[in-house]
Design a binder for this molecule. Sequence first.
Ligand code: GMT
Length: 383
Amino acid sequence: MKIGIVCYPTFGGSGVVATELGKALAKKGHEVHFITYSQPTRLDFFNENLFYHQVDVRTYPLFQYPPYELVLASKMVDVVKYEKLDILHVHYAIPHASAAYMAKQILATEGIYVPVVTTLHGTDITLVGKDASFAPVVTFSINASDGVTAVSQSLREETYDYFKITKDIRVIHNFVDLERFKRQRKDHFKQAICPNNECMIVHASNFRRVKRVEDVVRVFEKVRKQIPAKLLLVGDGPERNNIEKLCRKLGICDDIRFLGKLDAIEEVLSVADLFLMPSEKESFGLAVLEAMACEVPVITSNAGGLTELNIDGETGFALPVGDVDGMTEKAIYILSSSERLNAFKKRALARAQEFEVSKIVPMYENMYQEVLDKFREIMVPES
Ligand code: GMT
């Protein structure tokens, strides 16, 4: 198949899933064309089936806001036409699904028919999408898609609850490449950060408010009173300054390291004992899955789709949003016995194996095929 993938090319989960999906499809022999405003962060790999098309937004004095969506739609028209794409897969409803709708209409006027699959990732529904200024466009572009997927059952339900959706939404969970995300021997790194064999606790996110990184710091502060520990914070974002201020106020800066937007996060996860993700909203939690793949037990909130991944009491614990005391208690429970910690590690890995890339990618391929078959039936009725 010739597949066009449109996504946010950044470190965010939706861009990572879209890029890893494209890479996996290319390895399976599909021709994959990425259409984004910059090179996707994880598109760091050469394959003869992978192509990249940059959406180049120029601004003019007239535009207070450059119309990215229109440039994107024009680019999609161009790529579909000249690369003869079979299907467009857009990740994140706004503005990708609506731009794809426009591209599809333009192409139809030229007798070119291309179906659109939209994948909902989370904040496009749970935060941004619900904003009244976007809601009609989100509803319309989901309903106008030829196939719709959501990354968790929870996100599927929330989409139906909030918007008037007439389309079937199929759940296809996030996935992980176990070749890359596996526990590696990184003793020197562990020794450097934890010279006295302290426990290593990790959090990774884009430091948006929705991630509740403050809760991570508060849990850590309480845990370290009972168990010697260090905290590694991976990522960056708008809450970074507030988090730093909190660390200073609590007087625990010496035990916390901010690692920034680290590419090789699997190296950090390889020496971690516990991963914290106390999010307010989390449609799936790709970072949690990547931690589990590296044999790291997880303590998460029970928001969104996190409990579809993290099995309470088995792979870690899932507690109500904001329950800092509960999370602390469970962290100490896991970390205070090495036998128990190892049992949690094993179960975390076993659970992550259920989301292996080779198990999930065929679900997207099946979806594409079904959408194409149905679309061709409608577009070319048998005589
Ligand atoms: O987590 C983020 O803030 C980034 C966000 C995004 O839109 O890129 O991630 C969302 O999509 C990921 C991939 O499907 C999911 O694993 C994340 O749970 C989801 N984030 C939220 O729902 C907050």
